[in-house]
Design a protein around this ligand. Structure first.
Ligand SMILES: [Zn+2]
Ligand SMILES: [Zn+2]
Length: 379
């Protein structure tokens, strides 16, 4: 698919994109039942579908999204090549075009300048924005770093070739091994591309409509565990919009985020570097602010003594967060330059400050929660 620029007042239809996004699902839902009814299913076909879904999906979530759009991690050249080839194989445009739109989406969420603005409805955010002329930003000005990156530019220039070659050659090769070329072209090619399209599109549509907002309520992005399962971990979208530079979207160890586990595994193998995490004090501040917003309506009804308890808990929390920030900056200023023992001391001080801040936050939370439980879905 390629995008053309804005022209005139009347929005035109981008025929190539529209045809692709309409014809491929129609072909998939007609050809798949026909083929299966006549020839059955070879075990290798759904297996290839799942494996290639995972790998090309990683090209988008770990590659296009978390690495190239947000620089939340980085990798040696061969891994970047692999990410660019796998990403191209999903037919979601070149990394430069994808990331440029995505960065505008983050910068201008819910406004006219957001290419997939959810305020224009589910269908617009889901796929119409690809098919109809709108705010296009074809200069890719939000991705100057990627335009300068020779690897990304190579992928941009050869995008059609790479995506076509992958989607024909890989299923063809697998099909020759099973002796069922059409079966593989269907499962590992067509069905995978269509399924991955719509699961990716859900992040721009459903993940801006359905779920909770524990981190920020001033924009539409939501956290949704069901969507996380369907999208290789991208469903924690409220967190992601709040901390886009974090290589994780489900930041807690138990939150379902295969993309995070994939990147972490690569790093253990020496194939990924510079994995970035949001700072704990930033997260605590966010949650604090967000929960305070939720309680704002009730606060007027609190007794004077309750108000005082909350206030002093907040003072302690503020202090703990400041201490934590100081310990962290001390660590990053001095850790490299000092002897081992001094470095251990700095680390211990930093960790202790973290623990105290978390404790102060929990204490504050306990006090306000005595006044009544919050709807868990809302925070
Ligand atoms: Zn979003
Ligand atoms: Zn993002």
């Amino acid at each position: 698919m390629h995008y053309s620029g804005e022209s005139g007042d009347k929005p035109g239809i981008l025929w190539m994109n529209a045809a692709f996004l309409i014809v491929t699902p129609l072909l998939a839902i007609t050809l798949a039942p026909l083929y299966i009814a006549n020839y059955g299913i070879h075990w290798a076909e759904p297996t290839a579908f799942v494996v290639l879904w995972f790998l090309t999906g990683m090209g988008i979530t770990a590659g296009y999204h978390r690495m190239f759009s947000h620089r939340a991690w980085w990798a040696p050249k061969p891994v970047r090549y692999a990410m660019l080839i796998l990403g191209a194989a999903t037919w979601q445009n070149s990394v430069i075009a994808w990331s440029a739109s995505h960065r505008y989406h983050h910068q201008h969420t819910d406004t006219e300048d957001d290419p997939y603005n959810i305020q224009k409805g589910f269908l617009w955010a889901h796929m119409l924005w690809v098919m109809v002329e709108g705010k296009r930003h074809d200069d890719f000005d939000s991705a100057p770093d990627l335009k300068k990156d020779p690897l990304c530019q190579w992928q941009h220039d050869n995008y059609m070739l790479i995506s076509t070659a992958f989607n024909v050659l890989i299923p063809l090769g697998l099909g020759l091994m099973t002796g069922r070329v059409w079966g593989m072209l269907l499962w590992a090619g067509l069905i995978r591309v269509v399924v991955l399209h719509h699961l990716t599109f859900f992040i721009n549509s459903l993940a801006h409509m359905w779920g909770s907002r524990p981190w920020a309520a001033d924009e539409s992005a939501r956290d949704n565990g069901v969507l996380a399962v369907l999208t290789l971990g991208e469903g924690y979208h409220n967190f992601h919009h709040t901390f886009p530079g974090d290589y994780r979207n489900g930041y807690r160890w138990y939150q379902f985020d295969p993309t995070k586990w994939f990147i972490w595994t690569l790093s253990k193998l020496g194939l990924a570097e510079d994995l970035r995490r949001s700072a704990i004090d930033h997260r605590l501040r966010r949650r604090w602010k967000r929960m305070r917003e939720e309680y704002a309506a009730q606060m007027d009804e609190w007794s004077e003594s309750m108000r005082q308890r909350v206030e002093s808990a907040e003072e302690r929390l503020e202090e703990a967060l400041e201490t934590m920030k100081a310990r962290r900056s001390e660590w990053s200023r001095k850790a490299e330059k000092v002897q081992e023992q001094a470095r251990e001391d700095l680390r211990a001080a930093r960790i202790e400050a973290e623990e105290q801040a978390i404790e102060a936050f929990e204490r504050w939370r306990e006090i306000v929660e005595e006044q009544g439980e919050l709807e868990p879905a809302r925070v």
